[in-house]
Design a protein around this ligand. Structure first.
Ligand code: AN0
Ligand code: CP
Length: 316
């Protein structure tokens, strides 16, 4: 594996999940694979889970790990070519990336959508510069449009907890005070569309995901109807994708918050969220604290998804 940005990079998805469950049983069996190899994790944005789980995964494989928080201690980086650099940015990404590549064997990049220019975000401009200029395998740790390590961990979690062969999985939009990226729902849809599940997306009108991620998923604008018979409720806020509202908040309708009353419409569904989550905005305290909530198990599986990806990169 040379890059990891979407479900296709994993090849046979059933085999990838089987490998993940194998790794989870014996995560220290591959200690020699990463000997004298260095992972560099570059963060342009905050993180708790991605930072810890990816470091842990690399350590499980015997790798050395370096973490660079670009906005805390490194030179401020210019990302646009052609800019007269007379402002606060001391260095250009075009030099910084090959320099970073010299000191490591694999690079993870976190660089959220900026919502300044849809094409800049949706062409994965920053991630692609790392892919083209670092000379190293590169994986997304949430970039402009995707968060595949999260979606892979989510799929592993669904496989572990499903109570029937082909569960109904519902991705529901929920309210949030700030404009958030579409990366998590995009990648979740990317993976669910390839998995053996009945996949439904429910959101207010105007929050439709990009067609390359939503593909043929059923979209249901009535949240209650979508919840009927669901085995998994996956809640997430995202901002609008469609023009002219790209990156904007169209609704803060609190009636979309996931409550116990809404969970009662489901087939005793498990509740999922990638975290971090705002309580009593996305879901009530009762829902996230219930026995059917999988948010902690899901976060724990981030170590496993990252380990499979790093393992495959090292094996190649
Ligand atoms: C980010 C997002 O919604 O994309 C990261 C989630 C993993 N969330 C926030 O910025 C709160
Ligand atoms: N779910 C997730 O990626 O969390 P962090 O933003 O804390 O890394």
């Amino acid at each position: 594996m040379r890059t990891f940005t979407n479900v296709k990079d994993l090849g046979n998805l059933k085999a990838a999940v089987a490998e993940a469950l194998e790794v989870k049983k014996n995560r220290y069996a591959y200690k020699n694979l990463g000997e004298n190899k260095t992972a560099l994790l570059v963060f342009f944005n905050n993180s708790l889970r991605t930072r810890l789980s990816t470091q842990k995964a690399a350590m499980n494989l015997g790798m050395n790990v370096m973490v660079l928080d670009v906005n805390q201690g490194a030179w401020k980086l210019e990302t646009e070519r052609g800019v007269v650099m007379d402002g606060d940015k001391s260095e250009h990404l075009l030099e910084a990336i090959p320099v970073m590549g010299n000191f490591c064997d694999v690079i993870g990049v976190r660089s959220f959508a900026r919502f300044e220019d849809k094409d800049f975000d949706y062409q994965e401009t920053i991630l692609n510069q790392f892919i083209h200029l670092s000379g190293r395998p590169v994986f997304s740790m949430e970039s402009g449009t995707v968060h595949p390590l999260q979606a892979f961990a989510d799929l592993i979690t669904i496989e572990e907890y499903k109570e029937r062969e082909r569960p109904k999985v519902v991705l529901t939009w929920a309210p949030h005070p700030r404009a958030l990226p579409q990366a998590v729902p995009n990648s979740f849809a990317d993976f669910m569309n390839e998995a053996d599940v009945e996949f439904v997306i429910t959101c207010p009108k105007g929050y439709e995901l990009a067609p390359q991620f939503a593909r043929n998923a059923r979209v249901e604008y009535d949240q209650d109807k979508a919840f009927e018979g669901a085995d998994f409720i996956y809640a997430k806020n995202w901002s609008a994708y469609a023009d002219p509202n790209y990156g904007k908040i169209l609704s803060k309708d609190m009636s979309w918050m996931v409550t116990e009353e809404k969970m009662a419409l489901t087939n005793n569904a498990h509740f999922m969220h990638c975290l971090p989550v705002r309580r009593n905005m996305i879901m009530t305290d009762d829902v996230i604290e219930s026995e059917r909530s999988l948010v902690i198990q899901e976060a724990a599986n981030r170590e496993i998804s990252a380990q499979v990806v790093l393992k495959r990169i090292l094996e190649d």
